[in-house]
Design a binder for this molecule. Structure first.
Ligand code: NA7
Length: 541
């Protein structure tokens, strides 16, 4: 099949990473094409339209910082933006910067092959488009490949079946319906209160309870926003360089900026509660920042977890339901902490039933419900909120081949390996935005996306100035980085979480802790230092 086009850079994905890349590369004067599998921009915010979907980072922080004009012009309406509002923001960015003309929609990339003799990437889509490019940049997102449960009979269900991450754009009206939902991660925890408020009855099939903290969402006070925006540079600096991984509290005088207490270990329950009450009432994932050692000291972590378990027992009236909702199998924060609106209180409703499928596992999904080991539950509509093949799923779904035809699938057979979470030895001129080995999912994604794109643009500018046409990370640099990522992870409690951070939710996936856990500030310093030392660890030619 003839190649339709040859460009400087091909970008895969038109989520926030793809949009910002396109904006920056175009400014550099490079010709660029973006392939996007959806029919619109927005990436994760295009697909995840389930009821209650909203961001768990605050809207004024979960937004681009590169354009002060955009920052001032765009008005967020709530503390945590809803999916429709974030999608509108992505559309606004695309239109305002006239990005759509270089994006080809409904084009799913299936293969990318590096030709050493030509020093070109050849990229193919499912529809048969082919493009040759000097550089290939994967902006494919960390949570873009849905994970359907391997439950017997899922196809037998006769009623409507919806998947959180592929929700119909026209929405679903649950009025008058009885509904069953599987999955109590962030998606389930956001959707359950909204579905319960609409449906006749909702049955929640829970395998593992998760820790959730109240969002304390609300409409933003516009006077406060004006004041906040006057200080936007200061706030952005804090999010990019601080210890908060880009999430920080956005109060004008935030609790975050009063130093965290060193530890909860050794404190009395009353002392722990005194510190945490302030964070609980203020709301947000930022809760865990109350103590410096919450994710490294087991005793401190347990004290924080006890506080949350006690909150669940206070909120949920039925003691047995409360106990079933109390997470006891992982340290708090080692699976992504959820941020909710009325999640636990929803179990006080008469039309909601919690079923513990750890105690009585699912035998089979049948045509009108779910059969458990100890009985059957019938309902009209099934909702699946069962997560993603995170971080590596989208990359490994494509047939990516580097030098000498080396498949990325082979290179990553025992888990992802990268240099700085951005590049892979054996795969010249290929970058990944927020790839495994970078802070990515442990951070505010917008902060991490901008940092990666800015760094990549710096690297490509350096190459252009020096007359280089090819870069590749050295094996030794990659080995060292992989070791460092593991070393940082093993100094934390994260590996005890059995989470999707570790690939633990996908059968057969290697158990490797994928994100870099030292925080966005420390990571940025490393990347800046690599650039300043003539891109240490990269070979150019
Ligand atoms: P998650 O956090 O991976 O949650 C998936 C949920 O689905 C979780 O409760 C799983 O239980 C459950 N699940 C998955 N497979 C099954 C089967 N086979 N049977 C029963 N239950 C199952 O995905 P989300 O979409 O909620 O959130 C992902 C991220 O998106 C989130 O962290 C935010 O960053 C945004 P398990 O824990 O495996 O027992």
């Amino acid at each position: 099949m003839p190649e339709s086009k040859s460009v400087d850079v091909v970008i895969v994905g038109a989520g926030f990473a793809g949009l910002y890349l396109l904006y920056r590369l175009r400014k550099m004067g490079l010709t660029t094409v973006v392939f996007e599998q959806g029919d619109n921009v927005g990436g994760t915010w295009y697909w995840n339209r389930y009821p209650g979907a909203r961001c768990d980072a605050e809207s004024l922080a979960y937004s681009f910082s590169f354009s002060p004009e955009l920052e001032q012009q765009w008005q967020w309406s709530e503390r945590y933006a809803t999916q429709p509002e974030i999608l509108k923001y992505a559309e606004h960015v695309a239109d305002h910067f006239d990005l759509r003309k270089d994006i080809q929609f409904n084009e799913q990339v299936t293969a990318a092959r590096y030709d050493e003799a030509e020093n070109l990437w050849h990229v193919e889509t499912a529809a048969g488009k082919q493009v040759a490019a000097h550089f290939c940049i994967m902006a494919t997102g960390c949570l873009s490949v849905p994970q359907l449960p391997a439950i017997k009979g899922v196809e037998q269900f006769a009623g409507p079946r919806y998947q959180a991450s592929k929700w119909p754009p026209e929405g679903v009206d649950f009025s008058g319906q009885t509904v069953g939902i599987i999955g109590t991660g962030s998606s389930g925890i956001q959707a359950i209160p909204v579905i319960a408020a609409q449906a006749d009855h909702l049955t929640v099939f829970q395998r593992t309870p998760n820790f959730s903290v109240p969002a304390v969402n609300g409409v933003l006070d516009q006077d406060w926003v004006v004041q906040f925006k006057e200080n936007y540079r200061k706030h952005r600096h804090y999010h990019k360089h601080g210890l908060s991984s880009g999430f920080g509290d956005l109060q004008i005088e935030p609790v975050a900026r009063t130093p965290a207490a060193p530890t909860a270990a050794g404190l009395s329950d009353a002392q722990v509660a005194e510190i945490l009450d302030k964070y609980w009432q203020r709301g947000g994932a930022f809760f865990l920042s109350a103590f410096e050692d919450s994710l490294i000291n087991e005793e401190s972590n347990t004290r924080i977890a006890d506080y949350v378990r006690n909150k669940i027992r206070e909120i949920v009236k039925d003691p047995q339901t409360a106990e079933t909702l109390c997470p006891k199998d992982h340290p708090i924060g080692t699976k992504r902490i959820c941020v909710d609106t009325d999640y636990y209180a929803t179990y006080n409703r008469d039309n909601v039933t919690l079923v513990d499928i750890r105690k009585s596992p699912i035998e089979e999904i049948v045509k009108d419900g779910i059969r458990l080991v100890d009985g059957e539950h019938k309902f009209d509509t099934l909702v699946l909120a069962t997560g993603f093949d995170a971080m590596t799923g989208a990359l490994l779904n494509m047939d990516i081949r580097g030098r000498e035809g080396l498949p990325l699938r082979a290179k990553w057979q025992e888990g992802p390996r990268s240099y700085l979470g951005m590049s892979v030895h054996g795969f010249p001129n290929l970058f990944m935005v927020t790839g495994p080995g970078s802070p990515s999912v442990l951070s505010n994604m917008l902060v991490s996306i901008e940092q990666h794109v800015d760094w990549m643009v710096g690297c490509l500018t350096h190459m252009a100035e020096a007359g280089y046409t090819r870069f590749e990370p050295e094996l030794q640099a990659e080995d060292h980085w992989v070791g460092h990522v593991n070393e940082i992870a093993s100094a934390t409690l994260y590996p005890k979480g059995g989470s999707w951070y570790l690939g633990a939710n996908v059968a057969g996936k290697p158990r490797v802790f994928m994100p870099y856990a030292a925080g966005v500030g420390a990571y940025r310093d490393v990347c800046d230092d690599v650039a300043a030392s003539n891109y240490r660890g990269f070979a150019f030619s």
